[in-house]
Design a binder for this molecule. Structure first.
Ligand SMILES: NC(=O)c1ccc[n+]([C@@H]2O[C@H](COP(=O)([O-])OP(=O)(O)OC[C@H]3O[C@@H](n4cnc5c(N)ncnc54)[C@H](O)[C@@H]3O)[C@@H](O)[C@H]2O)c1
Length: 339
């Protein structure tokens, strides 16, 4: 079968992960073009990825490159116009999350996807491809915990990365927009229902810089869903032990916990520190397999003409929920979520 030729846009922290998967780890994909506004990243594309066809202008890549599909891993505010331009140019699209940074942009992407039913549109909610989360979903569908009625999700970045988070705090859109979108998507996925109201608050005990930027270092949000189920999302910037992503799904007949100890591997180290299990260091390590599996699924969807499971409307909803959560946090009250 013919390989799917892909052009990647964005070769930053996550773009490099996707690019290396496409170039070296997915047999039915071929990375044939790359685009970045940073010249050093185009050198990386040539030297490390072996991609000679490089562009500093995205529209030029769409017009000239020999590609069937694009992978968009640029800054979030660029996603929607790049999705629309690629679909209108006849290319299948993988876009990393978030779909857009506001609902108006998301609607533009929705319309472009609706104009092109012949093309695949894939949104990178990669946690759904994490083998443990996928297994939890399968067990729920098999009835292992009865009817799920609560999700408790925690996502705390390592304290080791806090300086970057502080620098970014004023322009991040706030801790919920910046950090909670994956937990929001998992909550909807596991509960099979959309939140209709949210209460949110936050706290800062360690780094006052977050408060000075109008944000907090810890955020918590409580959701009530259309079917009566509830969700609790806790995000933060200061995990001392590494990258802490943990999810609990509670049902009428039991519960499932994913990663209560976010362990690096199966090793326990017995020494003068005690008995130590090391923690994953960050998202590239924790979700390495998910990034590969989601891109593999995208390529398979394109090759076999199958529609991806996550839709553009899931993208809009998660952005809407993120904004409603931020509004609840700023108002200090309950906000109704309307779609
Ligand atoms: N799914 C996840 O777990 C996950 C994790 C991290 C980041 N992300 C998302 O991935 C995206 C990229 O994040 P990052 O951390 O790699 O950011 P980054 O700042 O490290 O990289 C951004 C890249 O976009 C490029 N770029 C920006 N505007 C461009 C344009 N107009 N044309 C071409 N290239 C352009 C920059 O040159 C750079 O290569 C963001 O939307 C972020 O939300 C998702």
């Amino acid at each position: 079968m013919k390989k799917i030729k892909v052009g990647i846009a964005g070769l930053g922290r996550l773009g490099k992960v996707h690019a290396e998967n496409l170039a070296f780890k997915i047999p039915n994909a071929e990375l044939t073009a790359a685009c970045s506004i940073m010249p050093a990243e185009l050198d990386y594309a040539k030297e490390v990825l072996g991609v000679e066809d490089v562009y500093s202008d995205y529209r030029e890549m769409l017009a000239k490159a020999d590609i069937d599909a694009v992978a968009i891993v640029t800054t979030s505010g660029e996603h929607c116009w790049q999705i629309e331009a690629a679909l209108d140019a006849g290319k299948h699209v993988f876009s990393d999350k978030p779909l857009g940074v506001n609902v108006e942009e998301c609607r533009i992407a929705e319309k472009a996807v609706e104009r092109h039913p012949e093309l695949a549109f894939f949104l990178g909610f990669m946690r759904r491809f994490d083998p443990s989360y996928a297994y939890a979903k399968k067990k729920i569908e098999e009835g292992a915990i009865g009817t799920p009625y609560m999700v408790k999700a925690t996502g705390i970045d390592p304290e080791a990365l806090v300086d970057g988070a502080i620098r970014f705090a004023a322009t991040s859109g706030g801790i919920f927009i910046d950090m909670a979108i994956h937990d929001i998507d998992l909550m909807r996925w596991f509960l099979g229902s959309d939140p209709v109201e949210v209460y949110a608050t936050g706290s800062t005990f360690k780094h006052p810089e977050f408060r000075e930027a109008g944000d907090d270092e810890t955020g918590v949000a409580m959701y009530k869903c259309e079917n009566g189920a509830v969700g609790f999302v806790h995000v933060g910037r200061t995990a001392p032990h590494g990258y802490h992503v943990e999810t609990e799904i509670i049902g009428t007949e039991g519960s499932i916990r994913v990663s209560p100890v976010p362990a690096k591997n199966l090793c326990m180290i017995y020494n003068n520190q005690g008995v130590v299990q090391e923690c994953v260091s960050g998202f590239p390590e924790r979700f390495a397999e998910s990034y590969r599996l989601e891109m593999e699924d995208f390529i398979n969807c394109v090759q076999n003409g199958v529609k991806p499971e996550v839709t553009v409307y899931d993208g809009t909803k998660s952005t809407q929920i993120g904004f409603a959560t931020t509004e609840a946090y700023r108002q200090g009250g309950i906000v109704k979520i309307e779609y």
